[in-house]
Write a protein that binds this ligand. Structure first.
Ligand code: G4P
Length: 190
């Protein structure tokens, strides 16, 4: 999506350790007009799917998913992150290991809000190693819901997540795929 690539070029900051800082428009201060354009783009890309629910994960995914969901006219459910422990009963749960942040947590969703009738689009801001996305896919499996696909704002194409998720047969649409980045030459897109 050219609009997003231009914005990343203009306002994204490449940090040490292959981290792209986009907090002026995506995941701290949020440009809602831009998020609306994401919604239109995903609606176009998933036009053949009868999506009736959007699933994301706290924290940064929530605001983005809410604006995108307006375009689809469907509710958003977000997975909550809790310290990793065995939880049984009223929730679906999957263990997520975040390599970047070096922590392990359980992503949980109440059984009340996801079930076999749901046709789900996953939305998240970044795809890096794919652990969070894999956790959300596991939750959809546990619920017996249908996974229509995943919509990612920025995929870091030089990390393993995209390949991992596509190799699972998941329809993955990323609005910008970063091929490489460094502090001197900036961001190069695929
Ligand atoms: P994964 O979820 O794809 O497996 O990625 P990883 O464990 O490597 O990423 C951990 C967290 O770091 C994720 O946020 C992810 O969105 C974020 N992240 C990864 N690469 C970048 C980057 O280049 N720039 C920025 N700004 N964030 C990045 P999180 O901790 O799960 O969620 P949140 O609470 O921050 O939303």
């Amino acid at each position: 999506m050219q609009l997003l690539k231009d914005r990343i070029k203009k306002d994204g900051i490449v940090m040490a350790g292959n981290v792209l800082k986009v907090d002026s428009f995506l995941n701290h201060q949020m440009d809602i007009g831009l998020f609306s354009e994401f919604g239109k783009e995903f609606k176009r890309r998933f036009a053949d799917c009868e999506i009736n629910k959007i699933l994301t994960i706290e924290a940064s995914g929530i605001g983005i998913a809410c604006v995108i969901a307006q375009e689809f006219g469907v509710p958003v459910v977000f997975a909550k992150k809790t310290p990793s422990k065995n939880i049984a009963g009223e929730v679906y749960s999957s263990r997520v290991e975040s390599f970047t942040k070096g922590k392990v947590y359980d992503a949980i969703v109440s059984k009340k809000f996801l079930g076999p009738d749901d046709k789900v689009l996953i939305i998240d801001d970044f795809l890096a190693n794919g652990c969070a996305l894999k956790g959300l896919i596991e939750i959809i499996d546990q619920a017996g819901a249908t996974l229509c696909g995943a919509g990612i704002i920025i995929e870091k194409g030089f990390q393993d997540g995209g390949k991992l998720i596509r190799d699972m047969g998941v329809r993955l649409e990323s609005l910008a795929i970063v091929e490489s980045m460094d502090e001197n030459s900036g961001v190069v897109f695929r």
